[in-house]
Design a protein around this ligand. Structure first.
Ligand code: ADE
Length: 253
């Protein structure tokens, strides 16, 4: 734990001796991948302040054979190896503050901002990261793992997916984001993509000599007009890039 270096960190030392607000257990064959990027920036500072905590559990430590075998060939044949249920269950049973059980898998329900908010509001998660072809179905059933996917593509393992899920949760924890970085006006929080942002210089000449100006309305100081422009831009971008979100909103009304 490093010394507090910011006025908002005044309670950092007190918090280190308390239980964190949000705890994640990661079941993985690569514990050294954690905290990874979560040890930096906003999430890293929140980790140091004891707002959230993490335990990366090495599944291989629960093997009992000489070769430390965690996987075996699939019943029914086919390519690849499957992670054994007994080893994973032993690893799960070693955890005291388990919370909700999650298995990162391309077969899971897609992660949404709504789901992220639900998970960030819980006190603890246990996230299983698979490698190889996957995990024996019986341990997913026995330990009540909910399968979550971060998108329609296949990673070589669940670890980067777990880091993404955790990052999205951590930034919603109280005090993690400063006031100027409010999570409420951003993409998805109202079901739409966010409007474009601009800052100084108001007139900028790019490397090709093109003068690119900030839209006049944003410099007008007229709050109602700015609000309307931003909503129009949100709608335009969402129609163009994510018509599925527009359809979802239509169904809700
Ligand atoms: N593991 C491998 N691919 C994944 C994905 N798309 N989402 C979550 N976990 C994964």
């Amino acid at each position: 734990m490093s010394a507090p270096d910011h006025p908002s960190d005044k309670n950092a030392q007190d918090q280190s001796s308390k239980q964190s607000l949000w705890h994640a257990n990661i079941l993985t064959l690569f514990p050294e991948m954690f905290p990874g990027t979560l040890g930096l920036s906003l999430s890293g500072r929140a980790l140091e302040r004891g707002i959230w905590s993490l335990e990366a559990i090495d599944i291989r430590a629960f093997t009992e054979d000489r070769h430390k075998t965690v996987d075996d060939t699939p019943f029914g044949g086919g390519a690849g190896m499957v992670m054994r249920p007994d080893i994973i269950e032993k690893a799960v049973r070693s955890i005291t503050r388990k919370g909700k059980m999650i298995y990162m898998s391309p077969r899971g329900k897609p992660l949404t901002q709504e789901k992220v908010a639900e998970l960030a509001a819980l006190p603890a998660l246990t996230i299983l990261c698979g490698r190889y072809e996957g995990v024996d179905q019986r341990v997913l059933d026995a330990c009540d793992f909910e399968e979550i996917s971060i998108g329609d593509y296949v990673l070589s393992g669940g670890e980067p997916a777990a880091i993404i899920l955790m990052d999205a949760c951590i930034r919603l924890l109280p005090t993690v984001m400063g006031n100027e970085e409010t999570p409420y006006e951003e993409s998805f929080s109202n079901g739409l993509l966010e409007y474009p942002h601009y800052t100084r210089p108001a007139d900028w000449t790019d490397a090709k000599g093109v003068v690119r100006s900030v839209p006049d309305v944003l410099k007008s100081g007229h709050h109602e007009h700015i609000k309307t422009w931003r909503m129009q831009e949100s709608l335009r971008l969402t129609h163009e890039r994510r018509p599925d979100l527009i359809e979802r909103l239509k169904k809700e009304v």
